[in-house]
Design a protein around this ligand. Sequence first.
Ligand code: GLC
Length: 436
Amino acid sequence: MTASPRAPETDGGAGPDLRPAARRLLRANWREGVSRDGVRYGYTRPDPIKYPDQFLWDSCFHAMAWCHVDPTRARRELRTLLAAQRPSGLVGHTVFWGAPVRLARLPGYNVIGRDDRSTRSIQPPLIAWAWARVAERSPDDPGFAAEGVAPLLALQSWLERERADEDGLLGILQPDESGLDATPAYDRALGWRAHPWPGFLWLVHANRRRGYRYWRAVADRAFTARDVLVNTGWALAWEGLARLGVAGADARAREVTLALVRRLWDPGRGIFLHRGPDDRPIPVEAWAGLAPLALRHLPEEVGRRLVEDHVLHPGRFWLEYPVPSVSAAEPSFRPGDTGWPIRRYWRGPSWPFTPPFVLPGLIRLGYADAARELVARVSRMVAREGFREYHNPRTGQGLGALAFSCSAIVVDLQAQLREAGPAGQRDGQVSPARST
Ligand code: GLC
């Protein structure tokens, strides 16, 4: 599907206005009904054929897109996500509302039995961040902000109890918990168990036997990692709770951000790196290393290094259609599809999940030209190629799913630019054309 290439331009040079096309896409992918156990649900399928279930971080971005075209649905999407919360507080990576997990997919899904309504694994915990954004755009539903607080805090407590180490950062027990299933960052640590090869099923099987308990995986010296993106989500969730009025949440957001800098920032390379099972930094420069740019409490000098040494570097992440999932300077970088017969994701193409983390940093730090250029390039690419799952960062060619809901997030990027207005402009900005 091609989003109308003749759409009028938005204000401020952010490319064509994609709201009408985004509304059509999100409406087509919307699904609602009553679950087997009587819960009324309504959510957006990431893609009706390839991904019919509700995925945690996709849903957060869907809600942030919906709030520009139909805020009622934005709230419904997030309420449905919290309706899947387990009594323990966990909200799983994937929720199976309409039907149990498909039999063919069962071996690779992080459930204990087929009657599990959601997986036992996590994804970047962005719900509170998305909830705050939707609440701020919900003047017609003033109770929405307060309604989220108790369940969102219950999720934070679960993460703290089940995943946080003494440094305050969360651990993951599988690469898909980061959202970036086959990222080359974990190639070495996983070896033959890398996603989505047959060995990955072995990893899932081993974690199923552990009941997906992270501390059991640590005790077994199995694969675990401190992932930059998951921990960025952890800090963003505290930021979201602060915006929802939770006392002490902003201090937590700051603490987690500073722990990220202390533990995962590599001052030599100027990028964040995950730590693997041996607690050593993993020297692979992938976009997750830029994600902390979204954090309000990120020290300014750290943010500037990220932007100037990486985001705007034409040999690394500033390609024709940014932001690629891996730096073009990495030997593992592949701009197109990889893997046959099963695709290996997040090894170079630009995904719609990446700009929402980078853009707030560009705006906050005053890189107004780069912010505008990023949104314009993404918008033109979507207008030309349609709402695809991911794109070749050199040519913009659309790849993967054909009607991918998360690509509608482009309307939120355009809104962020409009909201920043001229305030996004400050002295000392580096325009992408000048950077080397
Ligand atoms: C792929 C992506 C994951 C996403 C899911 C649904 O598995 O790697 O991040 O949540 O698709 O879109």
